[in-house]
Every structure is written in C-alpha cells, then in structure tokens.
Ligand binder design. Structure first.
Ligand code: FE2
Length: 284
C-alpha cells in the first residue's frame, strides 16, 4: 500500500493522502484505480487544484470526458459562470442515467465553499445489491427500467417507448459486480419498471429504496474548499438539498473508454447545460 488512507464512512468512500502536483507511477495509478473500484468514492482533501490537476488525477482512474473544442469542466451550484443547477434540491439519482452509456463516474472539486453550504449525500447501490434478500433478488433479476430524460413527463413530444432501458440489477463494466439501478428522481416518471403492474412496481420500489437509502448505506459529504471527490456514478447515487451560500463546485465527467459516450452527445456536459437552459434538470 503506497498511499495513506482512511475510510470516510462505514457505507462507502475512502480519503487518500495524495499530492496532486506529483505524477504517479504505474503502480500508484493501479492502486488508486483499485481503491476507486473497492470504495466507489475517493476524497483528496486540502490541495488547491487547477483543471489540469483534476483531469490528471481522474485520468489515473479512467478517461475524462473531453470533446474537441469544449472545455472538460463545468460548474455546479453557485455562483460562477453558467452554473448547472444553481440552488434547488436534487433527489437521489445517477448522472446521465438516461444515456445509452451512463457516465462511469464524476468528480467535483470545491473551489469555494461557505460554512452554510449544503452537503452532497451518497448512497451505495453496490452494497444494496449485496444486501438484497434472495427472494427480492430473484424477482428483479431480469427486469428492466425505463430511464426518461428528467424533463420528459412534461414534454409533449416525448414518446415513453423510446426511453432508454437498463437492467434493474446491472453489473459494473470494470468490476462486473452488481448494483441496483433505479433512483428516487425517476419517480416523477409515469412508468418505471417494464412488465409489472403499478401495485407490484410500487412494492418493488419501496423494498429497494428501503435498502438503498437506509441511513447506514449513506455517506454525507460536507464540503470544504479544495476538496476533490471522485465517485463511481454507477455504484453510487447522490443527492443534495437546497443550496445556500457560496458553493462553487467544478465538475468533470468520467467515462469508460474515450468513445464511451458515442451516440449520447446531446447528454454530455454541454448537453446538460443546454437542457438546463430549457428548464430541465441534471447533475449534482
Ligand atoms: Fe448529479
């Protein structure tokens, strides 16, 4: 073990003592990647970091989404530039879940945080999959969920048949470990799980959410200026409350392979911001 580490919670996450200004050798990079896959969230605290610094550190783990001619970073919360989602509460979700290939991960770097700023909460969907009672696991094993673009229930041009489908119990592309892939934010959709009636759907969702959002399955991250949080966007869900005070978070999207978001161009970071201007919702 090269790095000094400590868990950030019993549910998930690990803090890594790492100097982001120093290039990591191949062994250290492999160790960081292994920590990410095991703990699903990495916190690096107390170092001022440029965009290039965060791109380099995230790049040790997987590919950073970077389209030609478009900056890789975007801003979340307030009050800088064209901030995505400035202040409203956002329920539990995974980013870009409606993509054919949802982003593998995301990173937020805290440029400036007030003490009154709200936390981000993370729930462990991989741990939830491990804790499924056998009967519930058997019930959901082959089910699929429709993932609508969050604005679509109010979009008269949207055809629910065209919603992206993902397995309710999906497996991670790098570790092949299972995770539960359904989130609170999707409840605004008129339908969710294919092939079950509304009463059955409600029962399944209630049982799954009781495991996913149990207090012992959640980590509350209280932001400090200069925090870098890198998380697995498949194994973890996240949410936030109403934002007060300054909470300037700089975001990168992580993907599995440089072409992983092929075909999902509309829903990359810039797509999020375009949709945001239309009143739609995405991100942390
Ligand atoms: Fe988000």
């Amino acid at each position: 073990m090269t790095f000094s580490t400590q868990p950030v919670s019993p549910a998930l996450g690990i803090e890594v003592d790492l100097d982001p200004a120093r290039d990591l050798d191949a062994e250290e990079q492999a160790e960081l990647r292994a920590l990410f896959l095991e703990h699903h969230l990495i916190l690096i605290r107390g170092h001022q970091m440029s965009v290039d610094d965060t791109v380099r550190v995230c790049g040790y783990i997987t590919d950073v989404l970077h389209k030609e001619g478009v900056p890789p970073e975007a801003y979340v919360s307030t009050p800088k530039g064209d901030a995505v989602l400035p202040d409203l509460e956002v329920p539990w979700h995974g980013d870009m879940n409606f993509n054919v290939t949802p982003h593998l991960g995301a990173a937020l770097y805290a440029e400036e945080i007030d003490e009154v700023s709200c936390p981000t909460w993370y729930a462990n969907a991989a741990r939830a999959a491990e804790k499924l009672p056998p009967e519930l696991r058997a019930e959901i094993q082959d089910l699929e969920v429709a993932h609508d673009w969050p604005g679509t229930p109010w979009d008269p041009t949207f055809n629910p048949v065209e919603a992206t489908r993902h397995p309710l119990l999906w497996s991670h592309p790098l570790s092949q470990k299972p995770f539960v892939y359904i989130a609170e934010r999707q409840l605004r959709q008129p339908h969710l799980i294919d092939g079950v009636d509304p009463a059955e759907e409600k029962r399944l969702i209630d049982e799954l959410f009781a495991i996913l959002y149990a207090p012992d399955n959640i980590y509350e991250h209280r932001w400090q200026t200069n925090d870098l949080v890198i998380w697995d966007n498949l194994m973890l869900q996240h949410r936030r409350g109403n934002v007060t005070g300054r909470r300037t978070l700089r975001r990168l999207a992580l993907v599995n392979g440089p072409d992983a978001a092929e075909g999902d161009e509309y829903f990359d970071i810039q797509g999020t911001m375009r949709a945001r201007r239309l009143g739609h919702v995405a991100t942390a």
